[in-house]
Design a binder for this molecule. Structure first.
Ligand code: FES
Length: 118
């Protein structure tokens, strides 16, 4: 057995759990909001009828993406202006970087974000 086999063992993957993080009306179009999903800080954004959730920590040096500048479908990190696509988490112009994204669901006007292992 090599090391790669250990990655495939069942039970290694943390379970996903959904957390109610805010109400839809608490989200302003074009502005982020920092919330907790369990113990994890998540940045949520409302763009039109869609809501997106990404990890609040920029992969460059930990900037709070939830307070970044939103333009169309991207948010710019407030520290050094790296930009991330809200739907995919991809860093614009830096292919090897991305920020984690999370599934979002709206139930009765409340925003639920699903994270793993929090
Ligand atoms: S900390 Fe986000 S771009 Fe540097």
């Amino acid at each position: 057995m090599d090391w790669k086999d250990f990655d495939d063992l069942p039970g290694d993957e943390p379970e996903a759990q959904a957390y109610r993080v805010c109400r839809v009306e608490q989200l302003q179009e074009g502005r982020g909001r920092v919330v907790f999903a369990g113990t994890l800080k998540v940045a949520v954004f409302r763009i039109g009828d869609q809501i997106y959730a990404i990890k609040n920590a920029c992969p460059h040096a930990g900037g709070s993406l939830g307070v970044g500048r939103v333009e169309a479908m991207t948010v710019a990190c407030p520290r050094h202006d790296w930009q991330f696509h809200l739907g995919t988490g991809a860093c614009v112009g830096r292919k090897m970087y991305s920020v984690e994204t999370f599934p979002v669901e709206v139930r009765d006007g409340e925003v639920w974000v699903e994270v793993k292992g929090s």
